[in-house]
Design a protein around this ligand. Structure first.
Ligand code: FMN
Length: 170
């Protein structure tokens, strides 16, 4: 099993990247788990497409294509998912190869506020449907008030939430 994880946050101590790392710690042995690097992906620019697709974009598309499933955790920024994530998905959606088509995708998220990224997840699920992905409808994982649920290493330490996370990745 090969899982590609994508975080919508570039922040070093991101709780959403932490959520993905928590998922990794719950996976059965032998599962390949890769966190995509969105930091190296430039702003989408149609001119860049014609002069040469950036290596970082080609790598991301390859990683999505090779994955058995994609796990996306994004912060909520202004009631939606982040621009960094949208930019990467826009790049991945271009060209003759559509890597998200028929791809199993799970959407999760954590926020320090009360709503646990529900609005970001709703938008992201709609986007993924548009790309033809098979978005896991249930269970939903909305980790709210996350400051108290992650340890120093940004790993989630709430047993009930870890059970939900296990169920999503299995
Ligand atoms: C530009 C911006 C907009 C934000 N908007 C929201 C929001 O709409 N809802 C929310 O719950 N949190 C919002 N936040 C707070 C983020 O949830 C919080 O910074 C979170 O820790 C970011 O996730 P990360 O730790 O994975 O980087 C916003 C933060 C930023 C920087």
């Amino acid at each position: 099993m090969n899982i590609l994880a994508i975080s919508g946050s570039l922040r070093q101590r991101s709780i959403n990247t932490g959520l993905l790392r928590s998922a990794e710690s719950l996976l059965p042995e032998g599962t390949v788990f890769t966190v995509a690097d969105l930091r190296t992906i430039p702003f989408f620019d149609a001119d860049l497409e014609t002069t040469g697709i950036p290596e970082s974009v080609l790598l991301l598309k390859q990683q999505i294509m090779e994955a058995d499933g994609v796990l996306i955790a994004s912060p909520e920024y202004n009631f939606s998912y982040t621009g960094v994530l949208k930019n990467a998905i826009d790049w991945a959606s271009r060209g003759p190869v559509r890597p998200f088509l028929d791809k199993p995708v799970a959407v999760i998220g954590a926020s320090p506020g009360n709503f646990g990224t529900v609005r970001a997840q709703t938008d992201l699920r709609r986007l993924m449907h548009g790309l033809g992905a098979h978005v896991l409808p249930k269970p939903e994982l909305l980790v709210n008030q996350a400051a108290s649920k992650f340890d120093f290493f940004s790993l989630m330490r709430t047993p009930s939430r870890c059970i939900e996370l296990s169920s999503i990745i299995s």
